[in-house]
Structures are given as C-alpha cells and as structure tokens.
Design a protein around this ligand. Structure first.
Ligand SMILES: *Cc1c(COP(=O)(O)O)cnc(C)c1O
Length: 400
C-alpha cells in the first residue's frame, strides 16, 4: 500500500511501516488523549490565529531568504540561498514547535509541561515558550550534560523553569528521557510531555512536523515570488529531523525539487560509535516508542553516537524521514566533522553569518555540490540556527 506523503501519517500514526505508538498501555492512553486534543484544538481558528500572531510578533516570522552571493561566486556554480531560521527569537527553528506545544498545553488546560533536553537547546526553547504562555515547565537533564552546557543551563534557570538534574546511569540524554517519562506518567492528567523533534510515539512526529511546516510554506512562496520558479535543491541537516521536515513538507509534491537530508558523519560513517548517520548506515528498528531507522549494537541496544554538533547525535530518526528514504523521495547524504567546521568558518568569513554547527552540515553539502552544478541552478539551505552557542568551542578547537 502506498500512502500519499501529503496525507501522512495514517490514524495510527504510521508513515508506511514506520512510526506508530510502541509504548506501554498507560502511555498509549496519554498519547491518544494528546492526539485527540490535537485534532480538535489545533485545527480551530482561535488556536491558529494565536499561533500565527506569536509567529509574527514574538518569533519574528516570516524569516527571510538570503542569497549568499559571495559564497556562490567563490564556488563558481549553483546559487546558494539561506532560509534564515537563525534570525528567530532564541536563534533557531525549535521555537516554532515549542510555541505550538506550549499553546496546546494551555488550550488543553494542563498545569505543567515536562520534557527532557540533551544539549539544552530544546530546554531553552521550551522554557521560553512556557514563560510566554504562562505554564510551569520542568526539564530533565543529565548531570553530565548540565556540566557541559553551562550557558543553556543558566538560560533555563533565568527563564524560570524547574531544571531536574538526572544522575543515574551515564547521566546523559537517555536517562533524562527515562526520568522525565516517569514523572509524566505519575500525573498525565495535569501534565503534558513536549518532545523536541519529529520523533517518539504518535502524535509527536506529526504534530512537531505540522508546527514546523511554516518554514517550508514561507520558503516556497518567498522563492517563487522572487525567482518565478522553485529552487532546484532544498537541503537541511537531520538529527531527529524537525527542521528538515519543516522545510521539506511544502515541497514534497514538487517532483522537480531535489530534497536532501544531511546527516552527521562525525569522524566517518565507517567508524561505529563515531558518527550519527542513522539513515545512511542504520537499519529499520525501534527506539523511543516508534519504528524508524536506528543505529544499533550487535545485541540490539542503541549504538553510541557522535557528532561535532550535539543537536544531531541521536541513534534514531523521525519515522517520516525513514519512509521518505525508502520511497526515494528524499536523498540522504552525510557530512563529517571536518567539512562541517570548514563550512562554519567559510560562511562566517564570506557572508558574516555564524551558523550553528548543526546547520553547517547542510551548508557544507551545498558547498560540496554547488561547483558541480550550473550557475542557473538554485540550492535553498535551511539555516536552522545561529552559532553563538558553538563559537567558544570552535575557537578553542581551531586555536583562534
Ligand atoms: C536541535 C537542532 C537541530 C537538530 O534537530 P532536528 O530535529 O533534526 O531539526 C538542528 N539545528 C539546530 C540549530 C538545532 O538547535
């Protein structure tokens, strides 16, 4: 059975064979409640009007598309354009779905929003949205990550969220997820879980995609208006896959547009544990309540992953990406740490834009491909975030 990608997922949350709700019965009931509320509330005009107003006046949407002329000239091939999600309030695309989730919590009458965070990006965006909407927010974060990600921890505290340090096990993202779900299951009536990407059990892959799809709707219209045609290539980095689904969704029906998801090859896709190229070298499996491509050890446990961009090191990937790979609609490529660093520095020095290391993966792909393409070709890159958070790390690494 082939599904129309525009009409996905099905009622059970499947994108072809991927997605679903692989969770214990008590959690399935919670997810079904959120799915039902989503159907009922998010389609309502009062919800859509409030979200649209916040996108405009709070986030600063629409974000512009910038033609990177100097970079394109230097490469001597295709024209590179950047969808500037880095200019959003809080500096990345994550605010788009966090506002949607916080607003949904308010409309559902929830008393608290619970989530986990790895590097702290989701935590900061969610704490921001919850402060704005006026709902208490509780973020679980591994103790190891707390020590590594000081600026984000400080921001979350300033924004008034309750930051819960998780010390069990390896004290990183996985333990933070377990801890946050335990607390959520103690009171799913008054609380709601807010997932940070297009992953996890249904309805999250659909819901987060829908909140992010504003990026592609804007970009498609902006590009068409300015150039009288669509871009030839649209590229985005893929960790869980939310910024990529955000920009891809509007172009799925445009057969002429080559869609490219760029995964982190870390120190090389041939080095197990030293990359996070889930779609490029993983295989179908299960993780975090969904079926999707996964990177696994021989015994079926999730593999260790690495990327210079902490927002991309995840051993699973969104179920819709898994499906789009299988049907060949999206081309998944990878970029390693070195190429990413080079793109980070080049974009900074040639265009005066310091990108997030995550976004620099998509820029690196465009820099690799542009010289092979004609000057009349156009590549649109989703610049998912700004690189302030990465500046000190890169400067130390390169001895600047
Ligand atoms: C978190 C993050 C990502 C990765 O998340 P996706 O869900 O794959 O989009 C990419 N870019 C930036 C700037 C991020 O903060």
């Amino acid at each position: 059975m082939t599904q129309n990608p525009q009409a996905m997922p099905d009622a059970q949350g499947f994108f072809g064979p991927y997605g679903g709700q692989l969770v214990p019965p008590e959690l399935k009931q919670c997810m079904d409640e959120i799915a039902a509320a989503y159907e009922e509330i998010v389609k309502r005009k009062d919800f859509q009007d409030e979200l649209a107003a916040l996108f405009a006046d709070y986030v600063g949407r629409p974000s512009p598309i910038f033609h990177a002329r100097r970079l394109s000239d230097q490469l001597g091939g295709a024209q590179i354009h950047l969808k500037r999600e880095d200019l959003n309030h809080t500096g990345a695309h994550k605010i788009n779905h966090c506002l949607g989730e916080a607003l949904l919590a308010k409309f559902m009458g929830k008393k608290k929003v619970i989530a986990e965070t790895g590097a702290g990006q989701h935590g900061v965006a969610l704490a921001t949205a919850c402060a704005l909407v006026g709902i208490p927010c509780e973020i679980h974060m591994g103790q190891v990550d707390i020590e590594k990600e000081h600026p984000n921890v400080t921001k979350m505290r300033i924004l008034g969220c309750n930051l819960v340090p998780v010390t069990r096990g390896a004290a990183t993202l996985k333990e933070a997820v377990d801890s946050a779900f335990e607390v959520y299951l103690q009171d799913p009536v008054n609380t709601i879980y807010a997932i940070g990407s297009v992953v996890g059990p249904h309805p999250f892959p659909m819901m987060v995609r829908d909140f992010q799809s504003i990026v592609g709707r804007e970009a498609r219209e902006q590009f068409q208006t300015r150039h009288g045609k669509l871009p030839d290539h649209v590229a985005a980095c893929v960790g869980g896959g939310s910024n990529a689904m955000g920009i891809f969704t509007a172009f799925l029906g445009d057969a002429s547009v080559h869609l490219v998801g760029v995964e982190p090859a870390g120190e090389g896709v041939d080095k197990p544990g030293r990359h996070a190229a889930t779609l490029s070298v993983g295989k179908p499996g299960e993780i975090h309540g969904m079926k999707c491509y996964v990177l696994e050890n021989a015994d079926g446990t999730p593999a260790a992953v690495h990327s210079i961009a902490s927002g991309l090191d995840y051993p699973g990937v969104g179920p819709q990406h898994s499906y789009l790979k299988d049907i060949g609609r999206v081309d998944y490529q990878s970029v390693d740490d070195k190429e990413c660093l080079n793109a980070f520095m080049t974009l900074s020095r040639v265009e005066g834009i310091i990108p997030a290391l995550e976004s620099a993966h998509a820029v690196a792909w465009a820099m690799r491909e542009a010289p092979k393409l004609g000057k009349g070709q156009h590549i649109l890159v989703n610049l998912s975030g700004r690189g302030d958070k990465d500046a000190d790390y890169v400067a130390r690494k390169l001895g600047l």
